[in-house]
Design a protein around this ligand. Structure first.
Ligand SMILES: C[S@@+](CC[C@H](N)C(=O)[O-])C[C@H]1O[C@@H](n2cnc3c(N)ncnc32)[C@H](O)[C@@H]1O
Length: 249
C-alpha cells in the first residue's frame, strides 16, 4: 500500500470510532429511516428493478447498503479498508437482517471475482481518497459483468475550492481546481490527504477503462450538510457541490 494511502487509512480507522459510538442511532436509521437520495433512486431504477448484485466501493457506515436492499438489490458486498467501519456495518446488517456482507480491503484491488456485479455503487466522500483514478476505474470495470453499471454520487471536484463563509461564497486562496491534492481540514477525514480529480479526469478514466457514459449531472446541493444546521453561502444554489455519474460496461 502507498505510504500516503496508509496514512489516510490510519485517519479513517480513528474516525471510525464514530460508527461504533453512534451504533444504536445508525442501527435505527438502517432499520428503515435512511434512504438513497430521490435522484439516485430515479437514476438507478432500471438497475434496481432487476434485483442486482451490488459491490459498494468504500462502503463506510453501510446505511446506503440497507437502503439499496430495500430499493431492490439482491445483495450488497461492501468494501472498506477500515476494519472497525466494516465490522460495525456487518454487525448492523446482521441485526437488521439484510443480505449485506463486508470486506475490509483497499480500493482499488477489491477482493471479489471478475464480472461478479450488476452494479458498482460508490461516492458520498469516496473518489477523493483514490490515489490512482485509472486503477480505480479499471477495478470497477473488472468487477462489473458485461452490461453492468457503475454509479457514482459524490462531491463535485470544485468543492475543495469553496470557503465555508456564511455571508457569501468565496474561493479559498490556498486551493486550486487543478491541484494534485490537499490535506483535509474538516471532520471526519481531518488530516488525511485528499486527491483532487477533475470532472474531466474522472470521466476520461472511466471511458479509458472501457465503460460507456450514460449520465453526468451536476448539482448545487451538497451530498452532506453538518448536523448542527450550519450553512455556507457556497451551498445556496449558485455553485456546483455534487455530481452523479452513471456508466455501463
Ligand atoms: C467519507 S467516508 C464515505 C463512505 C460512504 N459513502 C458513507 O457514506 O459512509 C469514506 C470511506 O472511504 C473509506 N476509504 C477511504 N479510502 C479507501 C481506500 N483506498 N480503500 C478502501 N476504503 C477507503 C474510509 O474508510 C471511509 O469509510
Amino acid at each position: 500500500m502507498d505510504e500516503a494511502v496508509r496514512g489516510n487509512q490510519a485517519v479513517w480507522e480513528r474516525a471510525a470510532t464514530k460508527y461504533v459510538n453512534e451504533y444504536d442511532e445508525m442501527l435505527d436509521l438502517a432499520r428503515g429511516r435512511w434512504e438513497l437520495f430521490p435522484r439516485e433512486l430515479e437514476l438507478l431504477e432500471p438497475v434496481l428493478s432487476r434485483g442486482p448484485v451490488v459491490v459498494h466501493f468504500q462502503s463506510g457506515h453501510g446505511l446506503d447498503d440497507t437502503a439499496l436492499v430495500r430499493a431492490g438489490a439482491r445483495k450488497v458486498v461492501g468494501v472498506d479498508y477500515s476494519v472497525v467501519t466494516a465490522g460495525a456495518a456487518q454487525r448492523r446488517a446482521a441485526e437488521v437482517g439484510v443480505p449485506c456482507h463486508y470486506v475490509a480491503a483497499e480500493v482499488p484491488g477489491v477482493p471479489v471475482r471478475d464480472e461478479c456485479a450488476d452494479l458498482v455503487y460508490t461516492g458520498k466522500g469516496a473518489v477523493i481518497w483514490m490515489r490512482d483514478i485509472d486503477a480505480w476505474a479499471r477495478d470497477a470495470a473488472r468487477v462489473l459483468r458485461p452490461g453492468g453499471s457503475l454509479f457514482v454520487y459524490d462531491a463535485h471536484p470544485a468543492v475543495p475550492m469553496w470557503s465555508w463563509d456564511e455571508d457569501e461564497p468565496r474561493i479559498r486562496p490556498d486551493r486550486s481546481y487543478f491541484a494534485e491534492s490537499h490535506v483535509n481540514d474538516t471532520f471526519p477525514g481531518n488530516g488525511a490527504r485528499e486527491w483532487q480529480w477533475t470532472l474531466g479526469q474522472i470521466v476520461t478514466a472511466i471511458t479509458r477503462a472501457g465503460l460507456r457514459l450514460d449520465v453526468l449531472e451536476e448539482y448545487a446541493e451538497p451530498f452532506w450538510r453538518p448536523d448542527d444546521g450550519y450553512t455556507a453561502a457556497a451551498w445556496s444554489g449558485r455553485l456546483p457541490n455534487a455530481y452523479a455519474l452513471l456508466a455501463h460496461k
